[in-house]
Design a protein around this ligand. Structure first.
Ligand code: ADP
Ligand code: ADP
Length: 234
C-alpha cells in the first residue's frame, strides 16, 4: 500500500471537460470516498488512477513511482500498476470455482504472493478473510449476490495490491445486505491497511466507511472532510 498523489489531472471527452485540473493526495492506508451526483466525474477520476483512462494533463504518483506524467510522456497501463479493483459488475468467471476465481490474479502472473505462498494458499487466506472458505468449491451461480460480492473482494486483495479501487461495489445489493457488507468491507480494508478509493453516490455509505470524503461536482473536488466534520456542518 502506498500514498497516492494526483497533481493537475484533467480529462475531457470530445472537448467536454469531465475532470477539471485536480489535485488530491491520499494517505498510505487511508480509505477515501469520492461522493457526488451521477456524472460529476467520480468514475473518470477512478479510471485515471487505474490507468484505464489517459488524462490530457497532470501527474499521478504511487509512492515514489510516477505512473502517469503527461508532460514527460509517462503512462503506465493498468496491468503495470499494482491494483485491486471491484466494480459494480463483478465479472467473476462462471466456469471457475470460487477458489479458482480468487486465485486467478496470481495464476495469470505465474507467481506466488509476497509471503511466498502458492496461489491456492493465498486464495484460501483471502477467502477466510471474507468468511467464504466453506464455499470455495462452488461456482459463482451457486452463491447469493452478497456472497458473490465477497468473492470479488477476496479476488481484488489476493495479490496484495498497493491500491484498492472500488466503483459502486454495493449498489446492486438490497439495503440490508448493503449495510452488512459496508461494515465487512470497511473492516477488511483496514485489517489489510489498504489505501482505498471508493466511488459512491450514497452519502450514508461514504459516511459509514471512510476516513475522508471528497465531495465532487461538475468535474471538480469541492471539499474534503472527515465524516465527523460533514455530520456537524449545516
Ligand atoms: P460519475 O462517475 O460521477 O457518474 P463519470 O466520471 O462517469 O461520472 O462521468 C463524468 C462525465 O464524463 C459525464 O458527463 C459523462 O457523461 C462523461 N463521460 C464519462 N465517460 C465517457 C466516455 N467514455 N465518453 C464520453 N463521455 C464520457
Ligand atoms: P512485479 O512482478 O514486476 O512486481 P507486479 O506484481 O506489480 O509485478 O504485477 C505484475 C502484473 O500483474 C502487473 O502487470 C500488474 O499490473 C498485474 N497485477 C497486479 N495486481 C493485479 C491484480 N490484483 N489482478 C490482476 N493483475 C494484477
Amino acid at each position: 500500500h502506498v500514498e497516492v498523489r494526483v497533481t493537475g489531472v484533467a480529462k475531457a471527452y470530445g472537448g467536454v471537460a469531465a475532470l477539471h485540473p485536480l489535485d488530491v493526495a491520499i494517505g498510505d492506508g487511508e480509505f477515501v470516498s469520492l461522493l457526488g451526483p451521477s456524472g460529476c466525474g467520480k468514475s473518470t477520476l477512478l479510471r485515471c488512477l487505474a490507468g484505464l483512462e489517459t488524462p490530457e494533463q497532470g501527474r499521478i504518483a504511487f509512492g515514489e513511482r510516477v505512473v502517469f506524467d503527461a508532460a514527460a510522456g509517462i503512462a503506465v497501463p493498468a496491468r503495470g500498476r499494482r491494483l485491486g479493483m471491484v466494480f459494480q459488475d463483478l465479472a467473476l468467471w462462471p466456469h471457475l470455482t470460487v477458489a479458482e476465481n480468487v486465485a486467478f490474479p496470481l495464476r495469470v502472473r505465474r507467481r506466488r504472493d509476497r509471503g511466498g505462498r502458492s496461489a491456492t494458499q493465498a486464495a484460501q487466506a483471502a477467502l477466510a478473510r471474507v468468511r467464504l472458505e466453506p464455499l470455495a468449491h462452488r461456482y459463482p451461480h451457486q452463491l447469493s449476490g452478497g456472497q458473490q460480492q465477497r468473492v470479488a473482494f477476496a479476488r481484488a486483495v489476493v495479490a496484495e495490491p498497493e491500491l484498492l479501487l472500488m466503483d459502486e461495489p454495493l449498489s446492486a445489493l438490497d439495503a440490508a445486505l448493503r449495510q452488512e457488507l459496508r461494515a465487512e468491507l470497511a473492516e477488511l480494508t483496514r485489517s489489510l491497511a489498504l489505501t482505498t478509493v471508493y466511488v459512491t453516490h450514497d452519502q450514508e455509505e461514504a459516511m459509514s466507511m471512510s476516513d475522508r470524503i471528497l465531495l465532487m461536482s461538475q468535474g471538480r473536488l469541492r471539499q474534503g472532510s472527515s465524516p465527523e466534520v460533514l455530520y456537524r456542518s449545516p
